[in-house]
Every structure is written in C-alpha cells, then in structure tokens.
Design a protein around this ligand. Structure first.
Ligand SMILES: Cc1cc2nc3c(=O)[nH]c(=O)nc-3n(C[C@H](O)[C@H](O)[C@H](O)COP(=O)(O)OP(=O)(O)OC[C@H]3O[C@@H](n4cnc5c(N)ncnc54)[C@H](O)[C@@H]3O)c2cc1C
Length: 688
C-alpha cells in the first residue's frame, strides 16, 4: 500500500559553488578520482552545514586556533543533563518489565512484537516527533538519556532500533520534508511504524555519492525505482516488510543528482508472477551485528514511487544533516553498553575468588573495571556536550566526529577489559555481554568509519586555516606541475613536496616555486601568522610557572583534575603548530598521508575528551569525579604515546614501509599469503 503525498514545488538541490580546498589539493596532487569523490561529499557536507546555519564556530576549532572558551560552555552539556526530567523513563520501565517477563526477545534472539507494542504504548517510536504529529515531543537530549538507559539494561538492540527511527528516519522528514510529507509520514512513525534510511548498496559503501540505484520519471510525473542486482540496498537497519524507508537514489540512470524518496515497503515480497509490473524483495542481510534488529538487503525493479514522496534535497546531504544526531545517540548507547559491562564484570569480580582472594582485590582487574566506567563517562560527557552545542547553534564540526570515534573505540576497549575480568563467562551464549559484542564492534563502522571520520574532522576544523594561510603554498606547488602550455607534467616528474631531493633533481622548477611563493599574499599572511603566534607563545611562557591552583579558570574543577584540564587546553593550542608542521613537511603529499592525519585526529580526540571529561564530572558526584580523573589520566598516557612532529622522519619511514608491504600484497607477492584461498565474501557485486 503506497500513500500518496500531495505534490509540492520541487526545489532542486543546488550544485557546488566551487570545489573544496581538499578537493583542489587532491586534484593538484594528480589524484583526480579522489578529488571528484571528496569534492562531491564535501558539497553534501556544506549543504548540511548551511541548512543547520550554526551561529558559532566549532568548539574544537576554537580550542586549537583561538583562546580557550568559557568554562560555562565546557560544562554546558553536564548542566543541561542535570536538568532533564527523565521523560523517557516510562519507556525504559516498560521495556525492562517486558524483558523480566521473558517477552522481550523471540526464540531466535530478535526483538519481539510484545516489546515493540509495550514501548509503542509509551510513544517510544515517536519520542522526538512533535506532539502535533502524534509524537511525544521530547528533545534529543531526552532521547540520549533514554538510549543510554536501554543499552545499560541489556536492551541495546531496542536502543539501536529507536535511534535509527528517530535520527536518520524521522530526522530526515523533520529537517527536509514538506508539510504534506510530515503530515503523512510522521504520525505513522509515532504509531510505531519502523523507518529506515537506505543508502549503502551492494557495490557502494563509504563512497556515498556514487550510489547506483536510480529513479526514472514516468509519463505521469511520478517515479520508477531501479535497484536490482548490485544496486540492491544492503545492510539497511529497520528495513522490513511494511516499514518506511528513506531511500537514496540517483535521479536518472546516469544523472548527477542524488535524491531521497520516502518509500512504504510492501507487506510481502512481490515477484513477476504477481503481475503488478514491478518486483520487490526484502531479505535478511545476514550480518551478526544488529542481529536482534531488522537488517536487510532490499531489491526493487520498476518500483513505483509517487512524485510527492520525493524529499527535495540531496540524499547524502540529508544523511549528513541527520548523522550529527545519530552520532550523539551512538555515543549515548556506547555509554550505556559500557556501564552494563562494568556492572556485570564488577559484580563477578567481587564474588569470584581468584589467585589470592577475590578478583576485585587485584590492581589489574580494578583497572579494567575503571576503564569501562571511564569509557562510559567519556562517551556520555561528549555526547551531552555535543547535544547542548547543537541546541546553542554551535557548529558541531569536530565534536560530532570525535564523540562518535571516542565512544566507539572506548566501547571496544571496554569489551576487551570486560573479557579480562569476566573470563570465560564473557563468551557465554545468551549473556548480555556476549550479545553486545558484535553491536559494540560495529559501532566503529556504522555512521561513518572511525578513521575516515577522524580524517574528515581534521579537514573540517583546519579548513579555514588552510584556506587563509596554506592555499597559496599548495597553489604554487600545483603551478610548477604545469607546463607552459597548461598541460600537466608527466606523472613521474610531478613534484608533491619541495625538499632537498627535489631541489637537487629539479633546481629550476624549485627556484621558480620559491619566487612565485614570495609573490603570493597568502605566503606573507602565513609568515605574519607564524610571527604573531610565536610571540604569543613566548609571552605565555612565563605563565607556565604559575601553579594551576592560582589560575581562576581551573578553580571550579576538583583538585585532581585541574592540571589535567590545563594540560589538555595547552596541548590543544599546540596542535596549531603540529598541523602547520605536518603541512610544511608533507606539502601536497599530505593528500595521501593518511597515517599522520589519522594520528593528528586521534590526538585531538584524546585531548578534547580529557578536557570535556574533567568539566563534565566537576558538576557531578565524587564517584564520577574519581572515574573522570583516572580516565583523563589514562587518555593523557595514550596521547603521549602519539608522536607526530617529534618523529616526522620516523613517521615517513613507517609510511614507506607500509607502502612496501602494500605493494607486495597488491601484486600478490607476499609469501605469508601463499597457499591460502580467499573465502568468497558475502554479497559479491562483480558476479551480478
Ligand atoms: C550492522 C550494519 C548496519 C548498517 N546499517 C545501515 C543503514 O541503516 N543504512 C545504510 O545506508 N547503511 C548501513 N550500513 C552500512 C554501513 O554504513 C557501511 O558498512 C559503511 O558505510 C561502509 O561501507 P562498506 O562496508 O561497504 O565498506 P567499503 O566502502 O567497502 O570500504 C571498506 C573499508 O575501506 C575503507 N576505505 C574506503 N575508502 C577509503 C579511503 N579513501 N581511505 C581510507 N580508507 C578507505 C573504509 O573505511 C572501510 O573500512 C550498515 C552496516 C552494518 C554492518
């Protein structure tokens, strides 16, 4: 059954005004394929940012490039959370009660209909949908607290389902839907109808703008969807017969625009023999993660879509717009999961007698338990701050990404820590710890793969610095890779980096580059920036001798955390030099240097986490403060293990070694891989 939404004026997605600096740098480095892909993704990201219309610069960017933000801003997430009234508690209570009755899961481990009915009664599926559309009208922070509580109580799968429903599902309608689309679909969602977001395909994963499912306009102005074979939508969470799906598809088989269409999936598969003129299949995608949820591969051929069901925006832009909340919810779930792991492992450690007494008496299991609690608090603190920043109109660039990455990686570390304490029982089939394993694992992959989003974060938060101060230098290097007739020089003669070796090999071109550089205004802007910032550092230097206790900024923090917060702020400020150093060292080669960029991103993740943890815990109870202090110290240790500027040449050697190993793998010349036949992977695309 397809509901027709009245048509409204289409407002086609606008084309890119000009390509991003990152895309230009990639093109200049001769990597045109990446330049095109990155440019297209940046365009969608810029569209989402415009739609959000932030009124303040990103917190992470300010921590690096400007003076430290007000303490009240750093504590705003924790203060907001303290004022929440737990409006989602009835949902948690209903779900837990259902679980205690043994009715929450079917015999195959899937979420049961009884559980869904129980929480639908409490408006779980319409929790953040406005009351005017039949929802509960709650806020995203309320949702985060509810998601955390569900995950902490062994109902992570339900949290996953509701998060998908309300962030990338209802969120896309709320953000981009017309009034008619909202009136039609939001009440369905509020009544408990599942909604999915379908972007990934059998052939297309992280390169979202390359989707190949497409719609064609029919004579009556409606659409016909083609998503057969390797155009099938894959791993779509919440997609099941009868559900709604926001489906990303190209407009026209080879069209440039990527649209978004709301589809009501039929109640059953449709084959040619049904004579409806189209085919449809929805089958389990066969993944272990999100195993208690619906996760499907969906096929459509000739499938009719009413024209009123088109969301008037770029499909990938809508995804980016919604992902900011999706990532906060993922962090909230990670917090809940880690609290659950800490609860089960600490109870075990108290009761279980190990070598020389109860397990809890020993330092290593204690550290493991503290890590689980620390990871939970870190995830919660980051997620609450990001949610408050979003409400305050602050650009979430940086924070939304590191929040997700930190939450996913601490959850993985906590899982291992839990296994160290719980031992063999952590693998017990049917235990909630075991059930959580693959979900926790997949958190690093869904909603953006962690390393990729960290590299994207670096691009976002350094974008204005690069554009203002570095673009000239990169442009000069680009210019010497062009012949006088405008053609590019041969690939083997391309210069990506001017260093002693290139000066020796191409003295003329390097001299030309130097002269051009001296003539660019952005070079002199960079020189002035360096002078100004070096002077500031010099003036700050004596301040380093002032004891932290005397600095009013840190007085609001518990004693043990003051030094840690100060350290994090100082090191974050120092990242501006690290980034400058990376740029000067790698120059255009930086477009390929993923290892230093990822390390740089990780170091920002660690430092921001330390700072946020200290401020979050400072407004909470002493037990949280103890957890935060230890976690901040442990993060500091990790941060110190990441060396970038001090080991640039070693880093380059590591990159060379990586390249060498990868080359042997690419050529199938690595003897360690001899005599092993690769297993065919699931959902092959080249055979279809
Ligand atoms: C349980 C589960 C639920 C999911 N739910 C949904 C959903 O609801 N809706 C939806 O649309 N999708 C969903 N996905 C898909 C998920 O978002 C994708 O798995 C993800 O986008 C990655 O795509 P891929 O797995 O095909 O990886 P690929 O695109 O095949 O990439 C493989 C690896 O290569 C890396 N890589 C690729 N390019 C680069 C590069 N330039 N530099 C460095 N590394 C690179 C990637 O990071 C990745 O780790 C789900 C997946 C799973 C497993």
């Amino acid at each position: 059954m397809t509901t027709h939404v009245p048509d409204s004026d289409p407002a086609p997605a606008g084309p890119a005004e000009r390509s991003s600096t990152a895309a230009q740098a990639l093109a200049a480095a001769g990597d045109h394929e990446s330049a095109k892909d990155v440019g297209a993704l940046d365009e969608a990201l810029t569209g989402a940012a415009k739609k959000l219309g932030a009124v303040s610069k990103s917190l992470v960017e300010r921590l690096i490039y400007e003076s430290a933000p007000e303490v009240s801003e750093l504590q705003s997430g924790a203060r907001m959370a303290r004022q929440l009234t737990n409006v989602g508690q009835p949902i948690v209570d209903a779900a837990v009660a259902c679980m205690l009755r043994g009715e929450a899961f079917e015999s195959d481990g899937k979420l049961s209909q009884a559980l869904r009915s129980a929480v639908t009664h409490e408006k779980a599926y319409g929790f953040t949908v406005p009351v005017s559309f039949g929802g509960a009208g709650a806020s995203y922070p309320d949702l985060a607290v509810t998601e955390e509580a569900l995950s902490a109580n062994g109902l992570g799968a339900l949290a996953v389902e509701i998060s998908g429903e309300l962030t990338i599902g209802a969120g896309s309608l709320l953000g981009y839907g017309t009034d008619d689309q909202k009136k039609t679909f939001l009440p369905m969602i509020a009544e408990g109808r599942l909604m999915a977001f379908g972007l990934t395909e059998v052939r297309i994963g992280v390169n979202a703008k390359k989707v190949r499912a497409y719609v064609e306009e029919t004579e009556d102005g409606n659409f016909c969807l083609h998503a057969a074979g390797d155009r099938n939508k894959l791993w779509i969470t919440n997609a099941t017969h009868g559900a709604l799906v926001g489906l990303v598809a190209r407009v026209g088989r080879d069209g440039k625009r990527v649209g978004l269409f709301i589809i009501e999936l039929p109640e059953a598969d449709v084959s040619e023999s049904d004579g409806l003129g189209y085919t449809f299949r929805c089958e389990p995608s066969g993944v272990e993660a999100f195993g208690a949820n619906f996760n499907s591969r969906i096929h459509f051929e000739n499938y009719p879509i009413p024209k009123g069901n088109q969301i008037q925006a770029d499909g990938v832009e809508v995804l980016f717009y919604c992902l900011r909340m999706g990532r906060c919810m993922l962090a909230a779930m990670a917090a809940g999961y880690q609290r659950m792991l800490a609860r089960d492992s600490s109870t075990y450690a108290i009761q279980r007698v190990g070598v020389g007494g109860p397990v809890i008496k020993h330092e290593l299991p204690r550290l493991a338990i503290a890590k689980m609690l620390g990871g939970a608090l870190q995830s919660r603190a980051l997620s609450h701050l990001a949610l408050q920043q979003d409400l305050d109109g602050v650009d979430l660039a940086g924070l939304r990404d590191l929040t997700k990455s930190a939450a996913a990686s601490t959850a993985m570390e906590s899982m291992i820590a839990c296994e160290r304490v719980l031992g063999g029982r952590s693998f017990d089939k049917g235990s909630r710890v075991s059930d959580a394993r693959s979900n926790i694992h997949v958190f690093g992959v869904v909603e953006g793969e962690d390393d990729l989003i960290l590299m994207g974060m670096v691009k976002d938060i350094t974008g204005s610095f690069v554009e203002t101060y570095m673009a000239g230098m990169l442009g000069v290097i680009q210019s010497i890779n062009m012949k006088s007739n405008g053609d590019p020089v041969a690939r083997e003669d391309r210069i990506l980096k001017i260093g002693p070796a290139t000066i020796f090999r191409y003295p003329g071109r390097c001299l030309l580059a130097t002269m051009r550089l001296l003539a660019t205004s952005s070079f002199w802007r960079l020189v002035a920036w360096i002078g100004r910032n070096a002077l500031l550092e010099l003036l700050r230097l004596p301040g380093r001798l002032i004891p932290t206790a005397w600095i009013p900024r840190y007085n609001c923090l518990p004693k043990g955390m003051r030094g840690l917060a100060r350290y994090a702020e100082r090191k974050l400020r120092g990242r501006r030099w690290t980034y400058l150093g990376i740029n000067l060292f790698f120059q255009l080669e930086l477009t390929r240097a993923q290892i230093p960029l990822q390390r740089f991103g990780k170091s920002i993740e660690h430092l921001t986490s330390m700072l946020v943890l200290c401020h979050h815990a400072s407004v909470n109870d002493v037990s949280e403060q103890a957890v935060a202090q230890l976690q901040a110290q442990l993060i500091k240790d990790k941060f110190r293990g990441i060396r970038i500027l001090s080991s640039m040449f070693e880093l380059q050697r590591t990159r060379d070694m990586v390249a060498e190993v990868a080359q042997t793998v690419e050529k199938d010349a690595c003897s360690l891989l001899n005599d092993i036949e690769p297993e065919p992977y699931a959902h092959p695309w080249d055979s279809e």
